[in-house]
Design a protein around this ligand. Sequence first.
Ligand SMILES: [Zn+2]
Length: 340
Amino acid sequence: MKRFLVTTTPLLDGIKIQEYLGVVNANIVIGANVISDFAASLTDFFGGTSDSYQKRMNEMYESAIKELKRKTMLMGGNAIVSFNVDFDELSGKGKSMFMLSATGTACVANLNEDIKLSDNGSIISADNVKRVVEKNKILKKLSSHEALTASDCNQMLANPSCDYLEYIFQYYYPIFRKDGNLNYSEETKQLVSLLQEQEVVPIVYKYYPQNKAIAKLIIGCSLFDPKSVLDLLSKDKDLAIDVLAADKPYYNMEDVAIMEQIIKGFEELPDIATHTKGKLGLFGKETDIIICPYGHKYLPENNCCPTCGTDVRGLTIDDREIVENFKTKVQVIKKELSGN
Ligand SMILES: [Zn+2]
């Protein structure tokens, strides 16, 4: 038999993908009466209490895989990556149907002889399917703001995935907790720490502008990313300031170069104060004055507003301290790296 591989991951360890052919999908619909009480028992299904459900489910699953394989082979492929399976109940007109949707990316992979394949040529395991189904159930809960149970959280931590993080940031308050409360939590931090840093960073910075609480996560989990912060600075200096104290696990000279650009960016922030002529106080002479971004008037000889401490770039005393600390940190890193 020709070797064929199905996997839930986007990339295959040790296997080179020569060509991506496109997404393939299959829907298998079955009447709920065929499997009585099927929907009601779905929750218990994976407890393994009922053999007939298990059997029926496996059949649906096998048909879906078969269909995906058929489509992939027609396209000239020999592997499916990012395989995903989902279940949905369709009801209407007093009838209830059950649908299994499977999708995957068809591709041509260099399948060398070292990879062990099962009898039917695919390497997906029942455990794997169970995990994907469980994962999709949790993602659905997250997208509908449903409280998660302790077992959901355990499941997320046992099989960590960036998909969870996307959903947490996008649909939920950025945080999930075992007690269902929406707050910054150890569990979120734990989930982040279980994932690959290079996978987490793009997701974190993608959602941070719309979800400011993520700043805490960036600091708490040492997810400082020079490129992303430089990009934030060009859009909104406050977003950059809120994560400027964050660290990254290791720094190299490339990081230093970008961090120096960040410092330069702060120094070159535009003057947003109003420079005008006016009087200070009732009997003051008409002279050059500055109006700070918060509306306080002061004389140009002060380098920041004496009332609120904001300078012409709109940086507060605290902001300037954060930027100063960042400068010091960059100097230290640079010195250590250059061995002086
Ligand atoms: Zn002021």
